[in-house]
Write a protein that binds this ligand. Structure first.
Ligand code: TXA
Ligand code: MG
Length: 325
């Protein structure tokens, strides 16, 4: 309700308490290796509706279903031999698999936005794993931010973004990967990359062969791929060589004039871990706009550029985020 959410350092007691909140239909924000998730019982439409309400999503985008292990994943979605192989290779980890929904799946239809597929992930974070095991439920968890805002990588970010709307925030420190999971569609013959993220295309292609092309604008199958989905409040200019008057410069590599630097050593993995926290901080320093230096389109740089391009896309202000599709 209106009380401040309780940030609690994650330990055996607070994790057990959070599992209890989830089992009773409440919402808990918890750390994963990618970003903080806003979790609720995926089998409960009410809990799932509460997630959408807390996030103030403009539409019912389907949510990722988090599970403790592969056996739990197989109870909600259909795994063929290929899906099992990919799960064995990349789980636990920053990879979400889109698979056919099982006919007897206990997952709320609202959580899957009525689709005949479900997105499933087994996170690689000790707090998330312990929470999922103890809750004994599949947990629907979008990133724990208001819709259209940047994803949170610390418990404090969650408190700032969702404030009074959740019962409890488990604090497990800063997220190691710092960018959301890669979403891989295995529901069709040809595997397709729906959202670049923490696991690289190169690693997936080493296992699966060429993936169907990820392209902007065209037939976006992942409804979360709205153009301005990851927007800081200030206008964002990409591929900047230097700041213009009124702009804060976010650097990459050697950049003496940068106020913030994603990675002074030019490391895209470090840049991914810093991305959301720096966009958020850039919003608050009294500038009129944000300029970002070019990021190489390689490894996690692909995911960073995807996020930045969408953050820079034209958006209606100050209303709700643009319609999906
Ligand atoms: O790293 C992550 O994935 C984080 C942490 C908390 O696990 N979660 C996250 O959830 O980023 P969310 O709801 O912010 O993003 C879920 C993405 C969206 O792009 C959504 O459209 C896509 O997954 N998605 C979910 N179900 C899908 C489905 N059945 N088919 C295609 N895309 C789906
Ligand atoms: Mg999100």
């Amino acid at each position: 309700m209106n009380a401040q959410p309780i940030i609690k350092a994650a330990d055996a007691d607070t994790i057990a308490q959070a599992a209890g909140v989830l089992r009773h239909g409440g919402l808990v924000a918890f750390p994963t290796e990618t970003v903080y998730g806003l979790g609720g019982d995926a089998t409960s439409d009410a809990a799932v509706a509460a997630i959408f309400a807390a996030k103030q999503r403009p539409s019912f985008n389907p949510l990722i279903i988090h599970v403790a292990d592969i056996a739990a994943a197989e109870r909600v979605a259909s795994f063929d031999a290929r899906a099992r192989r990919v799960a064995d290779r990349f789980w636990p980890g920053a990879l979400t698999l889109v698979l056919p929904r099982r006919a007897d799946s206990p997952v709320s239809l609202l959580a899957g936005a009525g689709l005949d597929t479900l997105a499933v992930r087994m996170p690689d974070h000790p707090v998330a794993s312990a929470l999922l095991r103890q809750a004994g439920l599949p947990i629907a968890a979008p990133s724990a931010n208001r819709s259209g805002a940047v994803s949170p990588t610390t418990a404090q970010h969650v408190a700032q973004s969702l404030g009074h709307r959740i019962e409890m925030i488990l604090d497990g420190g800063a997220c190691r990967v710092g960018i959301e999971s890669t979403v891989l569609d295995l529901s069709d013959t040809r595997p397709a990359l729906l959202r670049p993220g923490g696991v690289t295309r190169e690693d997936l292609e080493a296992e699966l062969g060429p993936l169907a092309a990820f392209s902007h604008g065209e037939g976006l199958k992942s409804p979360g791929q709205m153009e301005s989905h990851y927007a800081p409040l200030l206008p964002l200019r990409l591929d900047a060589a230097a700041a213009r008057p009124g702009e804060l410069l976010i650097g990459f590599g050697t950049a003496p004039d940068a106020v913030l630097n994603l990675s002074a050593s030019g490391d895209v993995t470090e840049a991914a871990a810093n991305l959301f926290a720096m966009l958020r901080s850039a919003d608050r320093q009294g500038f009129e706009g944000i300029a970002v230096m070019p990021i190489p389109e390689a490894g996690l740089g692909v995911a960073i550029n995807d996020r930045l391009r969408r953050a820079a896309a034209p958006r209606p202000l100050p209303g709700p985020a643009p319609h999906a599709k």
